[in-house]
Design a protein around this ligand. Sequence first.
Ligand code: GDP
Ligand code: GDP
Length: 438
Amino acid sequence: MNKGILCIVGRPNVGKSTLFNRIVGKRIAITEDKPGVTRDRIYAEGEWLGNHFTVIDTGGLEPEKEDTIMDNIQRQAQIAIETADVILFVTDGTKGLTSTDREIASILRRSGNEVILTTNKIDNPDKNTDIYDFYELGFGEPMIISSEQGLGIGDLLDEIVKHFPKEKIESDEDDVTKVTLIGKPNVGKSSLINNILGEERVIVTNIPGTTRDAIDSHLEYNDNKYIFIDTAGLRRKRSINENVERYSVIRTLTAVDRSDVCILVIDALEGVTEQDTKIAGYAHDNGKAMIIAINKWDLVDKENTTYREFEKNIRESLGFMIYAPIVFISALTGQRIPKLMDLLNLVNNNYSLRISTGVLNDIINQAVLMKQPPSEKGRKCKVYYGTQVSVRPPTFIIFINDKELMHFSYERYLENQIRTHFGFSGTPIKLEFRQKGK
Ligand code: GDP
Ligand code: GDP
């Protein structure tokens, strides 16, 4: 499924982040407190009338030190142009049209992107406000809103979702698994893609962030069909000077959204960084399958215990994805790349694995016998039966008498029992509890 991407642009103080918060409500996807992305939220999930989309507040990106306001705005507009399906251009109705608005408009017009113009801070629409100047920007009638009061937001969202690509089930690509290599710049993602694809399709250099010109690449391996997605940050022709770190975060998140399996590439000499943890967490929360590849293993001084130490550290940093297999590779020498590919096949199969209801319930019954479900004030939680409702990731509904009585620890226990019997290496699994009876 391809989710639409909405980017909010506009000069400082017009109300972009207020509007962003309005649109995404409480659903925070990631907070990035590294230098470069200082505001709390720049990237989150939005939903309107069943349409799911990603919202990016480009205004939340920190300017570079020597930046003028105009440089900064240009950079943000550029990111929006390269990333967005729909650009939401915000102006301030209390200030009227400014020359900066005109500049932004001219950049956006040249891009040919879908742009929706909105005039914010119209807290009292009955009062005669002069919005006609804004027609001059060339995007038609501005949509009048007040982000603070929440006025006009519904109409605006109606308009926005009209412009998104249809959430299509890509039927022609149904049997194709989308894979994204994620990881910081310079950990060896492009080298790894090259090694896997066996051709120099991606240009590799050792200056962080200079890999360019990648396209989604198709590959068949042991009857499995894959598309390797052009990862975040691998294509940035127009903004070579872009702050690599912050830019790659946005790119990576959108690539994760599009993919089924993620390969988290970690530099063996560096270990897991905070950014790795955040992006892995995002993939986990969004139900993506995961393999952890420790790259540049050729550079590591090995003693007998090295593997185990590495593994222990990684498991500690990424404790929430205990299911993800770890493989030690070298994109340079090709060491264990075949093993990585075998793992990819395995994980992909697990991601789509279906368990029959009969077998599943044998396991659930057995689990319940071995360990009683929780009870509270004399009331016992009763687990009736379960059924798998979907794959990618495998999702189970388990019917119980009262959801209040279920505990997180018992959910974990059931998940572990299912994993013990069916493996599911590399894939998150979801358990949803439903109340039956009543
Ligand atoms: P940004 O720099 O474009 O992200 O702007 P902010 O969202 O930080 O908002 C700048 C200022 O405008 C803040 O003081 C907001 O409270 C205020 N503001 C935002 N939206 C509205 C609105 O609809 N009406 C009014 N009156 N003020 C608003
Ligand atoms: P990306 O930014 O994650 O795509 O990283 P690149 O693929 O551009 O690699 C960055 C640098 O690390 C390049 O100089 C590569 O030659 C080097 N590199 C990548 N993989 C390995 C590896 O397995 N071993 C060694 N020694 N160097 C590697």
